[in-house]
Design a protein around this ligand. Structure first.
Ligand SMILES: NC(=O)c1ccc[n+]([C@@H]2O[C@H](COP(=O)([O-])OP(=O)(O)OC[C@H]3O[C@@H](n4cnc5c(N)ncnc54)[C@H](OP(=O)(O)O)[C@@H]3O)[C@@H](O)[C@H]2O)c1
Length: 281
């Protein structure tokens, strides 16, 4: 499993991790087995949120990582409506309890909501001083939001921006990804398989993925994950509720695409939309 530096934390984190949205909707034994097999195979970046199943996903994660906490880079998220200074602290303490741990490696604001960013960041900083979180970050932030957070917190504080990023949705490459790379903010790709809408084998893009995959003895999904994590700033967190899927996803962490293969995939899944605004320095 390749690792990239999760920049401001100084931690080397596996490029392929494990998502947990809707994990609680399936068979819990299968979900826990998938998470544990994922950990065995190096997918120790585990992403969850208080929102997922109203805490049920965090409880599953807590069970899956019991006895193995030190292996895990644990990420969870506060809901925007809880993200006042005291609300953030209360939400974090409830997450810690469900996760059966004393610390979160990276605590994220799930998306921007009613509370002032400065208030949420004040809550994060208090949690960090108390050792309940080791770092904090954001999610679904555009370049303008990031710039505002940076102005409040200063350089080196925003550990991560977790964003929608898959082969058919590459909009972050216009402004968000360059901004994060300039400021040492790790970028985690959520819904890397398009939340289950992965290009079919009969589509033009699907055929390109299959051809690249064949050259590596890999699968199209593994090639997609390798493409999405091709830069040192990038990580991906596919969600799998079966051991079979977890095993396939973990092996993507060994696939190294050539520059020519990256070009071929880039052409097959072009960066379409025009940026709404130019990158902000
Ligand atoms: N910050 C945010 O706002 C935000 C938003 C969305 C998601 N996320 C995070 O990102 C994670 C991933 O995104 P996502 O859950 O939306 O979707 P995703 O990972 O793009 O896709 C999940 C779907 O792909 C299937 N799958 C996984 N591995 C597979 C494999 N090897 N072969 C075939 N199918 C496979 C899963 O099936 P099975 O379940 O049957 O294995 C599931 O149906 C979430 O779980 C969550 O942790 C964050």
């Amino acid at each position: 499993m390749q690792r990239h530096r999760f920049d401001s934390t100084g931690r080397d984190v596996p490029i392929i991790g494990q998502g947990t949205w809707y994990l609680e909707e399936g068979d819990p034994a299968s979900a826990i087995a998938a998470l544990r097999r994922g950990l065995d195979l190096g997918m120790t970046h585990v992403d969850t949120a208080e929102m997922y199943g109203e805490g049920a996903a965090e409880e599953l994660v807590g069970e899956a990582i019991a006895g193995r906490r030190d292996e895990v880079f644990l990420v969870t998220k506060v809901l925007p409506q809880h993200a006042s200074p005291t609300g953030t602290i209360g939400a974090c303490e409830r997450s810690l309890s469900r996760l059966r741990t004393d610390r979160i490696d990276c605590y994220l604001l799930h998306w921007r909501g009613p509370h002032r960013l400065a208030d949420t960041i004040a809550g994060f900083e208090e949690l960090r001083r108390d050792g309940k979180i080791l770092s904090w970050g954001v999610s679904n932030f555009d370049a303008r939001d990031l710039k505002e957070a940076l102005a409040i917190a200063g350089e080196g504080r925003i550990a991560c921006n977790q964003v929608l990023y898959h082969l058919e949705e590459r909009a972050i490459e216009h402004a968000v990804l360059p901004w994060c790379e300039r400021h040492g903010v790790a970028v985690t790709a959520y819904s890397p398989f398009g939340h289950g809408r992965f290009p079919g084998l009969r589509s033009a893009g699907g055929r390109v993925l299959a051809k690249v995959a064949a050259a590596h003895g890999a699968t199209p999904r593994q090639v997609a994950l390798a493409f999405l994590t091709r830069r040192p700033s990038l990580f991906a967190i596919p969600k799998a509720s079966s051991v079979t899927h977890a095993v396939e996803n973990a092996a993507a962490g060994e696939v190294r695409l050539t520059a020519a293969e990256i070009d071929v995939i880039d052409n097959a899944f072009p960066l379409r939309s025009t940026p709404a605004s130019l990158p902000m320095l």
